[in-house]
Design a protein around this ligand. Structure first.
Ligand code: NAD
Ligand code: GDU
Length: 328
């Protein structure tokens, strides 16, 4: 019998790519998603969708009735840093309550392993770049704070109940399924690469570059863009160590790219110009965020298959070209 997994938020960008990877590996997948930002059409064929919130006991009951699960992957979350700066209470309440309800259900249903989508926003004042797992956790927003709280909740769930967990701190998730079966469709879209590609395609007004007076070589912010398919393989790679211990890893490629470099790479990939203007800084944006992913490389042998920015952008562009209206 095939192994069965629960993926919360599996109708969203990163979650749907993990669902694809699990299905391609022969697993059975249940997705629990309230479709608040995800899309029913993004749930890959072959997975079962339970429509509802992780905070709703009835929806959790319907999802867990499909178990027992080998492991649970928790992507479902409010995810926007900027929005969380305006609505801190809603962000912390929703993310912590949803995560806590899910963890409680995992304990009750004797799930042994849970993987949490955590974030680079834990590290708003890095003492050194690249950022490793020993860096002090100083969340940059209520969104980051909610992930820090869930990481602590998981620490205690392991210590007291033996629920093993992996906290995966993604840096900038980007790209699309290399075979074109899934892609990025956030509404509203706030992420740089899809905005750049839509500007190139003429589907949006010119991109606004948020500040060109940062202490970086070209003045624009530097980020570590990691292919969403490589995030998926990292989720699969942690399942083995989770049999015996909890882990936490920072996930990026270890290479940073400025906003200007992203624009130049997109122009090279698409053969079009990316109309853009320079605007003010966006509140809360650190100048440079780059992950040291040495620990997961060393301990688990994980490597990004698609580390090059051009490949990440090419896959995102290919999906967007075939799906100009996203998932509709
Ligand atoms: N995209 C990134 O660059 C990035 C970076 C760091 C961390 N993350 C984390 O990765 C995860 C996935 O991010 P994403 O970009 O795929 O976001 P997304 O919005 O595309 O996906 C989130 C999914 O969760 C669902 N959801 C939200 N609240 C829910 C609830 N209470 N119950 C059930 N479903 C709910 C949404 O409908 C959506 O399908 C999030 O936890 C996010 O915080 C993302
Ligand atoms: O219209 C835009 C959009 C973005 N940017 C710049 O592009 C870079 C990337 O911005 P994104 O919004 O794509 O990503 P962030 O680095 O802000 O956020 C990412 O990392 C965060 C943690 O730091 C969270 O985890 C979040 O979910 C994740 O998308 C930033 O320097 C931003 O200032 C622009 O110049 N113009």
């Amino acid at each position: 019998m095939s192994q069965r997994y629960l993926v919360t938020g599996g109708a969203g960008f990163v979650g749907s790519h993990l669902v694809l990877a699990l299905l391609r590996g022969g697993a059975s997948v249940t997705v629990l998603d309230d479709l608040s930002t995800g899309h029913e059409a993004a749930v890959p064929k072959g997975a079962r969708l339970v429509h509802g919130s992780v905070a709703d006991p009835d929806a959790l009951g319907r999802a867990f009735a499909e178990g027992p699960f080998e492991a649970v992957f928790h992507f479902a979350s409010l995810t926007l840093v900027g929005e969380s700066m305006r609505e801190p209470v809603r962000y912390i309440a929703a993310n912590v309550a949803g995560g806590a309800a899910l963890v409680e259900a995992c304990i009750r249903h004797r799930v042994a392993r849970l993987v949490l989508s955590s974030t680079a926003n834990l590290f708003s004042e890095p003492a050194k770049i690249p950022i490793d797992e020993d860096e002090a956790i100083i969340p940059g927003s209520p969104y980051g704070e909610s992930k820090a709280m869930l990481e602590r909740l998981l620490f205690w769930a392991d210590r007291i109940h033996g629920l093993r967990s992996a906290c995966l701190r993604y840096f900038n998730a980007a790209g699309a399924d290399p075979d074109g079966e899934a892609g990025e469709d956030h509404r509203p879209e706030t992420h740089l690469i899809p905005l750049v590609l839509d500007a190139a395609a003429g589907r949006r007004p010119p991109l606004i570059v948020f500040g060109d007076d940062y202490p970086t070589p070209d003045g624009t912010c530097i980020r570590d863009y990691i292919h969403v398919a490589d995030l998926a393989t990292a989720h699969l790679a942690v399942l083995e160590p989770l049999r015996t211990r909890s882990v936490r890893y920072n996930l990026g490629t270890g290479t940073g790219h400025s906003v200007r470099e992203v624009i130049a790479a997109a122009e090279a990939v698409t053969g079009r110009s990316v109309p853009h203007t320079i605007g003010p800084r966006r509140e809360g944006d650190p100048a440079v965020l780059i992950a040291a992913s040495d620990r997961i490389r060393r301990e688990l042998g994980w490597r990004p298959r698609f580390p090059a920015l051009e490949t990440i952008i090419a896959h995102a562009w290919a999906w967007r070209q075939r799906n100009p209206h996203g998932y509709r």
